[in-house]
Design a protein around this ligand. Structure first.
Ligand code: ZN
Ligand code: ZN
Ligand code: ZN
Length: 446
């Protein structure tokens, strides 16, 4: 039970066996020694650190919190990033995939799905319109009206090149910025640096969107003042123009023909405002928004969380017909020699997308590793801080297994539930207090 509590009720802990000894370099005296020989089962439980809520709720909660801090510190400062980054030009940008075919959707006005095209049919004899007003839990949402018309190869190849398209987009933004202020492109790095953190989100149609924080710094990064010409307006123009023109041309293949990978026409660009609390785009809101997506996974749009090992698994995968068709397309295209470099079969479960959920440029803010280390230091207590200089550490660890027994899994679920419940109660108490203060006229800004 102590082991399970120590890992916060992690659903799939990893077990290690071994020791760590810290000695004083000069005297050789043992300052600290930890050995799993004295632990239950002779092993130490370590968190799985899975970011997906479907895999491990406690670890995904921690991961989402770290993501929030990581994104927030790049917007508002903190965790080693100076507070002055608030004054740098900052945008919140959403880049989308283009359309690969007409899909069932909810309209903003709450009207019919696709009313005007209701009577015409496609070459496969299927109606190309839909008179239904879909509910938010309708399994048809995101599914194509005609699967035969849908460009599955285009969808999968877009996923496979989305990372490259993003890199080219960033390069283009840099070039456009340089040109607009009359600097040679190769000299921009002496004047300004583009930093970003972005998160990939699967939409209902199982295509990836990017939500990104884009920031303009001085040449040395967040510690450096951006040049006098840097403004959110100028950055926005460069972002819009770059999104418009950037493209990846895939070499011709007899199976898929000529494919050009570009962003969709739906593009959202907002300046992030820290002066105005009423603005929908404040530091906190953007950070919370981004963190929310990191715990999600392809399984929430009906995809799979783990790798497929053979084509025979696809018909049995617990996914909808649209996602199954995307997986099947990955498998089929993955067998083509000219596309071998994309490793589409290894990434069939993510529908061809190979990127990390969250990626950031090197100087955006802190790292997950630094945040985890800070948490571990905090848990160990400040008394250990003096261990470091003048000490030598000797350790040996090996992996001895993972996962709970059925009984321990029950206990872990109980611990995880208790944690979640106390968080909920704490939040409620905080909200009550806020309401109380407001009621007594202490002001909301306090
Ligand atoms: Zn876990
Ligand atoms: Zn529809
Ligand atoms: Zn059709």
């Amino acid at each position: 039970m102590d082991q399970i509590r120590a890992v916060g009720g992690c659903a799939h802990p990893v077990y290690l066996s071994g020791y760590t000894t810290v000695r004083d370099t000069e005297s050789g005296a043992i300052l600290r020694h930890f050995d799993t020989a004295g632990e239950p089962g002779g092993r130490l439980a370590v968190r799985c650190r899975n970011r997906r809520e479907t895999r491990c709720a406690p670890c995904s909660y921690l991961h989402a919190g770290d993501t929030f801090q990581l994104v927030r510190s790049g917007l508002a400062g903190g965790k080693g990033t100076p507070r002055e980054v608030r004054e740098h030009p900052r945008l919140f940008v959403t880049l989308t995939a283009p359309s690969f075919g007409v899909v069932h959707h909810i309209t903003e006005s709450g009207s019919q799905c696709l009313p005007r095209r209701g009577s015409s049919v496609c070459e496969h004899g299927r109606r190309v319109g839909c008179h239904v007003v879909h509910g938010s839990d309708d399994p048809l949402l995101g599914q194509p009206l005609c699967a035969a018309c849908y460009d599955y190869a285009g969808h999968v190849l877009w996923h496979a090149h989305a990372g490259l398209l993003w890199n080219r987009f960033c390069d283009r933004v840099r070039r456009l910025l340089a040109t607009s202020v009359g600097i040679a492109q190769s000299r921009l790095k002496d004047h300004a640096r583009l930093s970003f953190a972005k998160v990939a989100e699967y939409q209902q149609r199982a295509a990836v969107h990017y939500h990104a924080v884009v920031r303009l710094d001085g040449p040395r990064g967040p510690d450096d003042f951006p040049p006098s010409w840097a403004s959110a307006g100028l950055l926005e123009k460069a972002v819009r123009d770059a999104a418009d023109v950037v493209a990846v041309y895939i070499p011709y293949s007899a199976a898929v023909g000529e494919v050009v990978v570009q962003w969709g026409t739906e593009l959202d660009v907002h300046a992030i405002d820290h002066f105005n609390d009423d603005s929908p785009m404040t530091d906190e809101r953007v950070a919370a928004y981004v963190a929310k997506y990191v715990g999600k996974s392809v399984s929430e749009v009906g995809g799979a969380d783990s790798r497929l090992t053979s084509v025979a698994e696809i018909p049995y995968a617990a996914v909808n017909a649209h996602v199954r068709a995307l997986m099947g397309t990955c498998w089929r295209l993955g067998g083509l020699r000219e596309l071998a470099g994309l490793r589409l079969r290894a990434w069939a479960h993510t529908l061809g997308f190979r990127g990390h959920v969250l990626t950031k440029s090197r100087r955006y803010s802190t790292t997950y590793a630094a945040l985890r280390e800070a948490r571990a230091d905090h848990l160990r207590g400040a008394s250990d801080e003096d261990l470091g200089a003048g000490t030598v550490t000797d350790s040996a660890w090996r992996y001895v297994g993972s996962g709970h027994t059925p009984g321990a899994a029950e206990l872990a679920a109980g611990v995880a539930y208790d944690h979640a419940e106390s968080r909920r109660l704490y939040k409620e108490a905080q909200e009550d207090e806020k309401r109380l203060r407001r009621g007594k006229g202490w002001g909301t800004g306090a």
